[in-house]
Ligand binder design. Structure first.
Ligand SMILES: Cc1cc2nc3c(=O)[nH]c(=O)nc-3n(C[C@H](O)[C@H](O)[C@H](O)COP(=O)(O)O)c2cc1C
Length: 188
């Protein structure tokens, strides 16, 4: 099983990163082949809605997302980990998600060539917010749930956590275990 981890926080070693590492450790322990992509280290512009990918299935914006598109297609499981910024996902994660546009044709149907790979793909989501109420991240969950439903992808468990200071989540054994189990389940 190929498990791709996508970090949407620019804070390396922060809470989302710690939980993503937990998930990838779980996936690895279950025999998965894991890889992590840190979006803030990549050049990913926003979708231009130029429509070129509707015909070709390949994004016209020549940046690091082209390689990430390929990695998404190759992965069996893609686990995203992202903090809440102003009641939404970070700009890094939003730019990445908008660029999923390339998987679709003009009717918003998955390109035929991608269907076999997309239909069997499973998606994981981890959210972190500073607010003690983890449901502050629900708009992000809503976005991923609908994207999965729309694309015919299966959404694995969602793990929602609360922590503010950098690395604070390391003390939360319960949520770390949930993230680990998410990765383990994904790689099985
Ligand atoms: C620009 C910015 C905006 C934020 N907005 C929110 C918010 O709207 N609600 C919230 O609960 N936490 C908010 N936070 C707090 C982060 O979600 C929190 O610190 C989280 O642990 C960061 O995760 P990280 O360590 O993975 O980067 C914000 C933090 C930053 C830097």
């Amino acid at each position: 099983m190929k498990v791709l981890g996508i970090l949407g926080s620019p804070r390396i070693g922060g809470n989302s990163d710690i939980l993503l590492e937990q998930a990838l450790a779980g996936a690895k322990d279950a025999g998965g082949e894991v890889e992590k992509i840190v979006l803030s280290k990549k050049k990913i512009s926003g979708c231009l809605d130029c429509g070129k990918c509707n015909e070709t299935g390949v994004c016209a914006v020549k940046d690091d997302m082209l390689e990430i598109h390929k990695k998404i297609l190759e992965a069996d499981v893609v686990i995203h980990s992202v903090p809440v910024y102003f009641w939404a996902m970070t700009s890094q994660m939003k730019a990445y998600l908008d660029r999923w546009c390339a998987f679709f044709d003009a009717e918003w149907t998955l390109h035929k060539a991608y269907r076999p790979k997309m239909k069997v793909k499973r998606i994981g989501l981890i959210t972190v917010c500073g607010d003690p109420n983890v449901s502050t991240a629900d708009p992000i969950v809503h976005s991923f749930k609908n994207t999965c439903q729309f694309s015919g992808l299966k959404l694995l468990d969602v793990v929602q956590a609360s922590a503010a200071a950098k690395g604070e989540i390391a003390n939360n054994e319960v949520v770390k275990k949930k993230a680990y189990d998410l990765g383990r389940k994904g790689a099985k």
